[in-house]
Design a protein around this ligand. Structure first.
Ligand code: SF4
Length: 194
């Protein structure tokens, strides 16, 4: 049976989306180690994460750590960090933000996530934004999911909005209250599994 380390080494060599014709930067970004009990599941790395080879390095990562009230060291100690697709998808054709990976790319990348979850068997899963929540939990609206928890195999899964704030979802005070509830729940779960 492979280990998380072995899986990461194989994942780093993955070029499936490039070979399928997608304009990715083929440097998969995943961070974590065997034994971590909390699994953080985002959308895709950005350019800065691809350049540094480490997840959650830019402003969005700093926002996430502020939400979680963690410094960078504690954050990476707590969470195994993965995403729906693991390579920087390139800029959006519109020139605004990053390109959204296609459903085909999501499917090509899914076996990496499935293997991770089998090997880690986490106690807590945190999704960030609608797409990761849809992929793992079948959620179709953030509003009806943030502030609630879900069962995912043996784990409790807690959805958060994406910390980039690009969607404007957090402009609504009711949604900010949902976020606060979800963050309280995550802190409680982290304390429980510590
Ligand atoms: S996004 Fe995933 S499947 Fe596609 S090349 Fe990167 S690691 Fe491989």
């Amino acid at each position: 049976m492979t280990t998380i380390r072995g899986l990461q080494l194989r994942n780093r060599l993955c070029r499936l989306c490039l070979e399928a014709g997608y304009p990715i930067d083929p440097r998969p970004v995943v961070g974590g180690r065997q034994g971590q009990r909390a699994y953080l599941f985002g959308l895709a790395p950005g350019r800065i994460e691809a350049e540094r080879g480490r997840p959650w390095q830019g402003r969005t990562g700093r926002t996430l750590r502020r939400w979680l009230q963690m410094d960078e060291e504690t954050f990476f100690e707590q969470f195994y960090c993965a995403s729906v697709t693991r390579c920087f998808p390139g800029p959006s054709p519109s020139g605004r933000g990053d390109r959204r990976a296609t459903a085909v790319e999501e499917r090509l990348c899914a076996p990496w996530r499935e293997a991770e979850l089998r090997l880690l068997d986490p106690d807590l899963v945190v999704t960030l934004g609608l797409v990761p929540a849809r992929v793992l939990l079948g959620v179709d609206r953030l509003t009806s999911a943030v502030g609630k928890s879900f069962a995912l195999a043996d784990a409790i899964a807690i959805p958060l909005p994406h910390p980039s704030g690009a969607s404007g979802w957090l402009n609504d005070p009711a949604n900010r209250a949902r976020l606060g509830k979800a963050l309280t729940h995550i802190r409680r779960e982290l304390a429980r599994i510590a």
